[in-house]
Ligand binder design. Structure first.
Ligand code: FES
Length: 125
């Protein structure tokens, strides 16, 4: 199982200072949840602030014993959500969480901000 954790409090840079607007992270969570609805082995949850506030919207893709990937600078919507879910399904199918670059959906390229190894060992890269 791979989980996509969506920051629900993210605001895109151009709108970050306007606190009268709903955070775009809420729309991102809705879009990712809809895209993942029928996809096996991918779950979605929301949480406040992943500490990448300068480049919202942010998400983390993780699974037990696997590499975690943090991605940001997404505009909320179906296009980003579908790319993230496609990537998460490949992460779920990988023993280490590694997805070969040639298999990355176009929509995730240029959005990676961090890769975090699992606590229980360092996978071969
Ligand atoms: S508000 Fe989304 S990372 Fe901080």
């Amino acid at each position: 199982m791979t989980t996509i954790t969506v920051c629900t409090t993210c605001r895109q840079p151009a709108l970050r200072d306007d606190k009268t607007r709903t955070p775009c992270g809420e729309a991102m969570l809705a879009a990712v949840s809809a895209a993942a609805e029928a996809v096996p082995d991918v779950s979605v949850r929301g949480t406040a602030c992943l500490m990448g506030c300068e480049h919202g919207c942010n998400v983390a893709i993780s699974g037990a014993g696997k590499l975690t990937y943090v991605l940001g600078a997404f505009a909320p919507g179906a296009e980003a959500a579908e790319a993230l879910v496609e990537y998460a399904a490949k992460h779920a199918a990988s023993a280490s969480g590694t997805v070969p670059y040639r298999e990355w959906p176009q929509g995730v390229k240029g959005h990676f901000t961090a890769r975090v190894p699992p606590l229980d060992g360092l996978p071969e890269l």
